[in-house]
Write a protein that binds this ligand. Structure first.
Ligand code: UGA
Length: 459
């Protein structure tokens, strides 16, 4: 919404939320304190806020005065009841639809921005049209559009400013053109696609499923490379130069994380089962299963290389966010890998430039300990059986006396580390496990470290 406000100074955009603290944070004069870390967002908010971008808790007033309402709420995977573990929890979408139905005045275009299961618009339409025939005699009417978002975290602003495409699904041409004219302020006409409602909703889930499928495919090949002596980077380059395949999303790693891929695929799986397509459901479910397997595989491999045990050993985890340039840890591969290592009794020093320690504690469901005194003695492993972790502010202290360092997020700063300085800080023989292919292998080996990186076989 901030980018819409920035690009369309003639429109008034009000972002509303019932959470006062969140709105206060969006209104904070210190732009470094916005509730979401996203490169470039502070500048966009700085330009538009107070001019034509407003943050408020006045939900009903904002709806009443709006010509268009975007529903952009969370749709997490249901944790209980029908479809638990797969279907999306739509209670917030429904609550929004009911609030819009109650407070809207005149004709209102309601835009589904949240990622939603196919045919959600039907439920939204049913709630809204019940209000059109309201007993209070007020005149209201609605058009429902689906306008899914394709931005990726970390590159959100540039994705929004120059999108591959904008997708608008709907039934009423006038409503579609009204939304298209907003994007038309900065997006080329041919990049604004118009579809029916259901195609639009399904396209969003399918796009994420295809992207995630490529990652699971390349991660499966990475394991095969390690077993056969091939190198997954070479294979990715070789297949990616085929213009039918293309080079993007072929980076092997610790598995995909983030709030969307797993959730959206599980949603697709649920829909397929619901519509009587169990084979299609199994096909997509295997993408998530391979991803989970990859994360456990990395943890298992660390244990195996460290003589079959990490109990009491110090390990440094570099990177906890699900990808670089974000402080988001939702479904981050680091969570599952760190939990597996904690289960084995490891002592983890966790470093991430943007993720705070409270978030890590919540994700690991384990409060932080204080960093134990450094002990390089041979009996260290025998001392403690309990897994512990503590946050580390800098890479060097995370590595001090560690038996291994595991890189799980591709932060740029990890590309430039000087291993000739860092390696001597570790307890020898020490390992570097590079799950993101960010370090220079020859520099690491020259520094005397044992080295593993994803998808690199020993030829
Ligand atoms: C993803 C999609 O890329 C967006 O198009 C979509 O709008 C968004 O979900 C959403 O539905 O909201 P996002 O999750 O922010 O965006 O980030 P991605 O860049 O797609 O990365 C997802 C995960 O895949 C990360 O853990 C990343 O490290 C991993 N990844 C990505 C790989 O392991 N290899 C790759 O080659 C690319």
């Amino acid at each position: 919404m901030a980018v819409i406000a920035d690009r369309c100074p003639d429109l008034q955009v009000t972002v509303v939320d019932i959470n006062q603290d969140r709105i206060d944070a969006w209104n904070d004069s210190d732009l470094s304190k916005l509730p979401v870390y996203e490169p470039g967002l502070d500048a966009v908010v700085g330009r538009a806020r107070g001019r034509n971008l407003h943050f408020s808790t006045g939900v009903d007033e904002a709806i009443a005065s709006a010509d268009m309402v975007f529903i952009s709420v969370n749709t997490p995977t249901k944790t209980r009841g029908l479809g638990a573990g797969q279907a999306s929890d739509l209670r917030w979408v429904e609550a929004c639809a009911r609030q819009v139905a109650k407070s809207a005045v005149g004709h209102t275009i309601v835009v589904e921005k949240s990622t939603l299961p196919v045919r959600t618009a039907e439920a939204v339409k049913a709630i809204l049209s019940a209000a059109e025939h309201s007993v209070d005699g007020s005149q209201r009417s609605f058009s429902v559009l689906s306008n899914p978002e394709f931005l990726a975290e970390g590159t959100a602003i540039s994705d929004l400013e120059s999108p591959d495409r904008v997708l608008i699904g709907g039934e009423h041409p006038e409503a579609i053109e009204s939304l298209a004219s907003i994007y038309g302020h900065w997006v080329a006409h041919e990049r604004i696609l118009r579809t029916n409602l259901w195609s639009s909703e399904l396209s969003k889930l399918t796009a994420n499923a295809f992207l995630a499928q490529r990652i699971s495919s390349i991660n499966s090949v990475a394991a095969l490379c390690e077993a056969t002596g091939a190198d997954v980077r070479e294979v990715a380059r070789a297949i990616g130069t085929d213009s039918r395949i293309g080079p993007k999303f072929l980076q092997a790693g610790p598995g995909f994380g983030g709030s969307c891929f797993q959730k959206d695929i599980l949603n697709l799986v649920y829909l397929c089962r619901h519509f009587g397509l169990p084979d299609v459901a199994d096909y997509w479910e295997s993408v998530v299963q391979l991803n989970t397997w990859q994360q456990h595989r990395i943890a298992r491999m660390v244990v195996k290389k460290l003589f079959g045990t990490v109990t009491g050993k110090r390990l440094a985890i570099l990177g906890f966010a699900f990808k670089a340039d974000t402080n988001d840890t939702r479904e981050a591969p680091a969570i599952r890998i760190a939990k597996d290592l904690l289960e084995e009794g490891a002592q983890l020093a966790v470093h991430d430039p943007k993720v705070d320690s409270e978030q890590i504690a919540r994700d690991l469901q384990l409060p932080a300990s204080t960093a134990p005194a450094v002990d390089s003695g041979p009996t260290r492993a025998a001392l403690s059986g309990e897994g512990t972790w503590w946050p580390s502010d800098d890479v060097a202290s995370a590595l001090r006396e560690a038996d291994a360092v595991i890189i799980l997020t591709e932060w740029n700063q990890y590309r430039d580390l000087d291993w000739s300085v860092l390696a001597p800080l570790m307890r020898q023989p020490a390992w570097l496990f590079d799950a993101r292919s960010v370090v220079n292998p020859s520099e690491v080996r020259a520094a005397g470290l044992n080295f593993w990186r994803v998808g690199e076989g020993q030829s």
